[in-house]
Design a protein. Structure first.
Length: 191
């Protein structure tokens, strides 16, 4: 059982990374092998809808983008994918969406290799916008026929300054419970 955790924040060591790491710690405790992929300092070019990924073997994006190299393989190897993003003006970061758009296009044109994986989202903001961003990330999982576990509340937290999210006790517990539910589902799926 392998869980790929993605921090879609351009800030290294920020609140999003803390939430994703917290979830991955729980996943490891529940028997999963985990990997953190931080997009901090790793700008991903957006999808151009060029169609070059159609029918490629192995599945790949044809753009020349060293920051994207190897990421398709990480998604393919994962049984569970946990995506975290801070809220930027009411939505996920451009880095997060560029990654998901490109992986999504490649997956759809390569036998939908995301189908039946487990997907979960966590979001963090200073004040508001988490629910829309949470829904935005879940749309990615749903259109790719992934299974989405729930938690005791929406998987959102509050924090602005680095580490501030740790003081949101309800948000932290929600993310931990999400990780337990994610690994429970992976076990039930026989992963």
């Amino acid at each position: 059982m392998r869980v790929l955790g993605i921090s879609g924040s351009p800030r290294e060591g920020g609140n999003t990374e803390l939430l994703v790491e917290t979830a991955l710690d729980v996943c490891r405790h529940e028997g999963a092998e985990t990997e953190l992929l931080s997009l901090a300092g790793r700008p991903i070019k957006p999808c151009t809808a060029c169609g070059g990924c159609m029918g490629t073997a192995p599945p790949r994006c044809v753009q020349d983008d060293p920051n994207f190299d190897g990421l398709i393989e990480k998604f393919m190897a994962a049984d569970g994918i946990l995506v975290g993003s801070p809220v930027y003006f009411g939505s996920a970061t451009p880095e997060t969406m560029a990654l998901l758009d490109r992986v999504g296009y490649v997956a759809r044109f390569s036998g939908n290799f995301l189908r039946h994986k487990v997907g979960a989202a966590v979001t963090v903001a200073r004040r508001a916008g988490q629910n829309f961003t949470f829904a935005q990330l879940n749309y990615f999982f749903l259109i790719n026929e992934m299974f989405v576990p729930g938690s005791t509340y929406w998987n959102v937290a509050i924090g602005r300054e680095r580490g501030e999210v740790a003081a949101d006790e309800e948000g932290m517990e929600t993310v931990k419970n999400l990780a337990r539910n994610m690994t429970y589902l992976l076990h039930k799926l026989g992963r």
